[in-house]
Design a protein around this ligand. Sequence first.
Ligand SMILES: NC(=O)c1ccc[n+]([C@@H]2O[C@H](COP(=O)([O-])OP(=O)(O)OC[C@H]3O[C@@H](n4cnc5c(N)ncnc54)[C@H](O)[C@@H]3O)[C@@H](O)[C@H]2O)c1
Length: 268
Amino acid sequence: MGAGIAHAFLVKGSRVVVVERNGDAARSAQERIIASVDSSFGRGLLEGDRELILARLRVSIDYADFAQCDLAIEAVPEDQALKATALQAVAQALPPHAYLATNTSSLSVSGLAASVINPKRFVGLHFFNPVPASTLIEVVVGEETAEDAVDAARAWVSGLGKTAIVVRDVPGFASSRLGVAIALEAMRMVEEGVASPEDIDNAMVLGYKHPVGPLRTTDIVGLDVRLGIAEYLHSTLGSRFEPPQILRDKVAANHLGRKTGRGFYDWN
Ligand SMILES: NC(=O)c1ccc[n+]([C@@H]2O[C@H](COP(=O)([O-])OP(=O)(O)OC[C@H]3O[C@@H](n4cnc5c(N)ncnc54)[C@H](O)[C@@H]3O)[C@@H](O)[C@H]2O)c1
């Protein structure tokens, strides 16, 4: 996600500093970002001077390199302790006027705010994968996030040519909560023998113009990932997010979707 976020800002004219955890990770981050930009050029999605775009990128292993940034976006793995440590280090390196954001997809922004120096200037920026192609960013407003930080976040999002939706810091934000709700109902319908996975997906694809049906999306995301989110939403938002038995059974059988060759569909 970090590489995609760097790509999105670079091509819109920002100077971007990426800080990785060690030299090897930094080299591979640099390669990923260059490959991502090159792929956009290769597919005719990007025009302009490649060298100029890439000259705006600096990959480093020193948090002190954030000293001149106006905005920093944390995108380390989804682990509360890891994020807390990274956010603390970034917050200390940023200039006082800068805003700090987290790309968390499920953790509480208000909870993570405990690790930053100025929670008023801290906000969630939930990007979607793949970042360069996706047009949506959720701006997640923590309990202490100030209005000017939300305004700044909206401005950054629109500068990227993407659309912001502003969401209170609740479990699942808006996107995961709605996406998972539809997927869980689709799974219960398979369980009850209402229709085949193909036909349930077609109901949404052809009937409601969703680009991909909820069960195929679940296979692509990974059934284990969806089960984890459903369990979290069940514990925070209540019984309507209780994972169906069919989901638990498929995960137990290692039918995790596309990555293991089988989920609601056969991918072999
Ligand atoms: N993958 C997705 O589809 C997706 C979508 C939206 C949001 N997110 C969120 O984005 C975040 C990152 O997810 P990902 O899938 O890109 O993870 P990833 O594991 O692919 O990448 C994490 C990166 O963080 C780096 N890193 C780890 N510790 C670090 C540290 N202390 N300092 C600097 N860099 C460090 C790693 O080297 C790696 O490059 C998570 O919070 C995730 O929930 C992911």
